[in-house]
Design a protein around this ligand. Sequence first.
Ligand SMILES: [Zn+2]
Length: 336
Amino acid sequence: MIHLLLAVGLLASPPPEFSFDPAVSAGQIRYLASDELLGRMTGSPGLDSSAAYIARHFERFGLKPNPQTGTYYQPFEVIRPVRGTTDTLVYRTQNVVGIIEGTDPVLKHEYVVLMAHYDHVGVRRTEASPTDSIYNGARDNAMGVVALLHAAEAFSRQPTRRSLIILPVSAEEIGLRGSRHFVENPIVPLSSIVYVSNIDGAGYNVTDAVTVVGLERTTASAHYKAAAQAFGMRVWDDPTPDQGLFNRSDNVNFARAGIPAPTYSAGFTAFDETLMKYYHQPADQADEHFDFEYLHRYVSLYVHASRLIADAPDRIRWASGDPYESAFNTLYGTQR
Ligand SMILES: [Zn+2]
């Protein structure tokens, strides 16, 4: 009888994402958005330091490395024009990759990818900001990276039935190139990737909600709503469809291949003054204007929604009639 009660007690205990320490997420974003990393430009030493920081976390949590390299990296090269000239330069950069194997003997052969770009736009001198030239990118997209670090911890402690690929990607800000490189050089067959939960965003102007760009375009909608409810938060779809946000972040490279892939973002109602004050501005810092308590809930909700998706008996599908539905049918064929 005692054993039975213990077992019930264990089953009922909430997963790790319900007891994250807010001091941890605050420390991580302060580092990732620090001046020391000089705005995390693709090809810069600051971005490489960020990659090493992420990889150290993956190692500490016992994630499996990229099977193609035996490291937590997927290196690639990007060719970029040199500003003000017709010359080009080749930069070496890398996606970061960590794998957590699923617990279900059948579903573990399916992968859910948790992705966020970890690069930003670096250092620029502008008239608008003569005293601060470092674009720290706290909201865009250190918040997403912090969420992935928490996912790595929570899912290594309590794995899901499906396997997970945790994928901080590089070179988003110069044309979604890291995610494109991954889709063109996948570390597992693309058709075994059943869902991508991308994180990206311009910032927030509400702190009791999150935005999922493409919320109603896939059947993952119910899981995001359940996770939001569990944290006393609200979730809504992109309030600015005219901006075309769904097709402007890394998720689109996977969506084009047919994989259901919305983008989890902070809560916003419009591209208003509050957002534009920080969006691609040196003011986007983890400073006294940044809401660390909101970051904590944003991260917790993301991890829990990802858990519900990766544990669900049914695979996620596009909503009927979605423009990417035919690519989905082609990719998965009869296995869907
Ligand atoms: Zn971004």
